[in-house]
Write a protein that binds this ligand. Sequence first.
Ligand SMILES: Nc1ncnc2c1ncn2[C@@H]1O[C@H](COP(=O)(O)OP(=O)(O)OP(=O)(O)O)[C@@H](O)[C@H]1O
Ligand SMILES: [Mg+2]
Length: 369
Amino acid sequence: MWVESVRLRNFRNYFAEDVSFSPHINLIVGSNGEGKSNLLESLFLLATTKSYRQAHEKDMVFIDRDNFYVSGEAVLQGNIKHTLEISYSQKQNKKQAKVSGVPVVRLADFIGILNVVCFSPDDLNIIKGAPGLRRRFLDILLSQIDRVYLSVLQQYGRVLRQRNECLKAVQRGRMRPTEIWPWTEQLATLACQVTERRFKAVNELTTSYADISKGINQGKENLSLKYMSSLVKNSHLYTPIEFTESLQRRQTEEVARGITTIGPHRDDLFFLINGLSAADYASQGQQRTAVLSLKLAELEYMYKVTGDYPILLLDDVFSELDQKRRQLLLATLSDRVQALITGTETLEWPWSGDRDHCNIINIRQGKVI
Ligand SMILES: Nc1ncnc2c1ncn2[C@@H]1O[C@H](COP(=O)(O)OP(=O)(O)OP(=O)(O)O)[C@@H](O)[C@H]1O
Ligand SMILES: [Mg+2]
């Protein structure tokens, strides 16, 4: 899949701009603060309805305006074209989306039409940062390729909030402990579905992750991934009944703390180097290899599941990678991948392929020049 063009209206520092892309490599060039990342953000928005920088919608509206509008002409598998539109009004605090002119009933229906893999310097924190970053990685990946996952995850979030409210109510003596049980059962069913899907994804991801990282570090270390879950005992995934029992055994403790202490909202993805925790042992260079391999493995996994390559958004990562890793990254991008790569200097790009293949977009103050 690829995006032919985007139309930006009052989006970040783009007042009114239309930008066209090539189906292969697009280099987005400009000095600091000109709007390169904003352009990538608009594509991430068209794929996920959200900002990859975790910004709120109101921050994406051009200063002093009320609403933004972003649309993209997407070419999907089988040469099917769709116009994807997303708009947000600050006054109404409402986000709306359309697919080829037809409004979507739920924003969730918009997610996954266009798929992206995004790699920015912030992702380098994924290994040593908080577990939430690693769960977010899995959630963004799975939400794009598995509609059921997104719906189950959203339900899980809602039931979790309700159950936590109940735990607090029991703590304050406003509810009987048995009144939590129906929430516990619902939570357990959803928790098993979320966990099962995350497990499957990590298992499949880890094979190409290991292969890709071997190519980068010349087989020096073995890299692997492991999903650590509170729903697993002796490699056996709990059934909803078993997880319900596990939660019930903890109920007294959870009432005292007022929160649900186990479940997919607390699980983690472990990065291993030769079987040891990368969070504790990895050097800077090893972390870079691990994250780059993860992103490329994500690309391959999405291709395997959907039969189409997602769009690769590389924000400023070239400045973070050494020459060898830069070359490897470009070499692994097959002709079927559309890539949008930002940077401040064209010269720093080790572009060895056909330059005609490569579309250079110069950005200054929210305009293509
Ligand atoms: N809501 C907004 N309205 C207007 N301008 C905005 C808004 N949000 C951000 N900006 C402006 O956008 C610019 C930053 O854009 P962006 O992050 O895309 O820069 P960049 O080209 O990626 O820079 P760098 O090379 O430093 O990463 C800043 O000048 C900022 O003031
Ligand atoms: Mg930037």
